[in-house]
Design a protein around this ligand. Structure first.
Ligand SMILES: Cc1ncc(COP(=O)(O)O)c(C=O)c1O
Length: 380
């Protein structure tokens, strides 16, 4: 029987969205071959889906990885990694300067018997001192969320090797356009594909890229707990990826211009962007990032949270919203948003203040962004 989508071998230009949850088996032998992994085939959506599989291959290629598991959100991806590789008695190293929801997941992991050490990104140069015989995983972001600090991935891998721990790098802020953590020593790369890979604020997805043997392990966990992405979101993600490199290039060029323009502004303090020559992370960023330094930056506005609120409220082009990596420039106060669920003392221990803003630069004409930021800083 010929494929109705390609009766003359002329493939559709877009991966079809396969909404089917289940697939009719031609016979028992086909069922056996699919479930034994002898042939590619689909049985049930929680196991696999062709639209999802197509986007997994694309993300694997972007990350120069053998394969990729896509799931329902960035946090689902992180949690899949934790559940796949950690057990009671293991030690996990995390950084305070990491997307806030990890704190919540850490409470669950501790309940399950995982021991956790939290470090400041500034302590990453001494990471090996915190590795213990039972350290099974080091999980880091670079640049970090929200303060855009840079952690040396190759050095982190050397520290992980002291105990045979797995090094996991969340590459959401950098994106594969600027950084390839696997080539630098990471065992796995994690993404909130909700961000720059999708790029249009219209889907949630997560991705984990790495070697084929890890694909099998992560696939097992995803299948077991049912975190498989729906086909429509997978299709939106695949469409986003088609323009990803163009958007990433523009965001980084815009961000570099914004950072150079804003860092000396009298109402701005503690400007953090790895693309600035005097940024503490610049040397390592230059070593491990390429094609520029991404679209994310953080800085303090005025002296108080009221100053930061006045600034954000006056913006007309830059949108006050969480999330990042999208076509639109987005800004938020992490203290009130992504870090909100952290106990108060934790929010400030690693350097986030109540007037710190996180800015994700979009693809608008750069003059519009600069003009908007300038006029809004004038009201502070
Ligand atoms: C660096 C980073 N990793 C992971 C996540 C979680 O992603 P999601 O919101 O898709 O669950 C976020 C969300 O903002 C993030 O910024």
């Amino acid at each position: 029987m010929s494929d109705p989508l390609t009766p003359y071998g002329n493939r559709p230009m877009v991966t079809p969205i396969v909404h089917a949850v289940n697939y009719e088996y031609r016979d028992f032998e086909v069922l056996r071959k699919i479930t034994d992994g002898e042939i590619d085939g689909y049985t049930y959506h929680r196991d696999d889906n062709p639209t999802v599989r197509a986007v997994e291959k694309k993300i694997a290629a972007l990350e120069e990885a053998e394969d990729c598991v896509v799931c329902t959100s960035g946090m689902a991806a992180c949690t899949l990694v934790y559940l796949t590789y950690l057990k009671a008695g293991d030690h996990l190293i995390l950084f305070h300067d990491t997307y806030g929801a990890h704190y919540k997941v850490s409470l669950i992991l501790e309940r399950l018997g995982v021991e956790i050490t939290w470090l400041n990104a500034d302590e990453s140069s001494r990471l090996d001192q915190y590795v213990k015989t039972n350290t099974a995983m080091i999980f880091l972001e670079t640049p970090t969320n929200p303060l855009c600090k840079v952690i040396d991935i190759a050095a982190a891998r050397r520290a992980a090797d002291c105990s045979g721990a797995r090094l996991i790098v969340d590459n959401t802020f950098a994106t594969p356009y600027h950084q390839h953590p696997i080539a630098l020593g990471a065992h796995l790369v994690v993404h909130s594909a909700t961000k720059a890979l999708g790029g249009h604020n219209d889907l949630m997805a997560g991705a984990i890229a790495g070697p084929k043997e890890d694909y099998d392990k992560l696939w097992f966990t995803r299948q077991a707990i049912g975190a498989t992405l729906d086909a429509y979101s997978a299709s939106l993600l695949e469409r986003g990826i088609k323009t990803f490199a163009l958007r990433a290039e523009r965001m980084a060029a815009n961000a570099q211009a914004v950072a150079e323009h804003l860092r000396g502004h009298p109402r701005v303090r503690r400007f953090s962007y790895p693309g600035l020559g005097d940024d503490p992370g610049h040397t390592v960023a230059t070593k491990q990032m390429h094609n520029g330094f991404g679209g994310m930056m953080a800085f303090d506005v005025g002296e108080t949270q009221e100053d930061a609120k006045k600034f954000i409220s006056a913006l007309k082009v830059v949108c006050h919203a969480v999330s990042l990596g999208s076509t639109e420039s987005l800004i938020c106060i992490p203290y009130l948003t992504t870090m909100l669920y952290l106990p108060l003392e934790r929010r400030t221990t690693f350097g986030v203040q109540s007037n710190t803003v996180r800015l994700s630069i979009g693809i608008e004409p750069v003059e519009q962004i600069l003009e908007d930021l300038d006029q809004a800083l004038n009201v502070v």
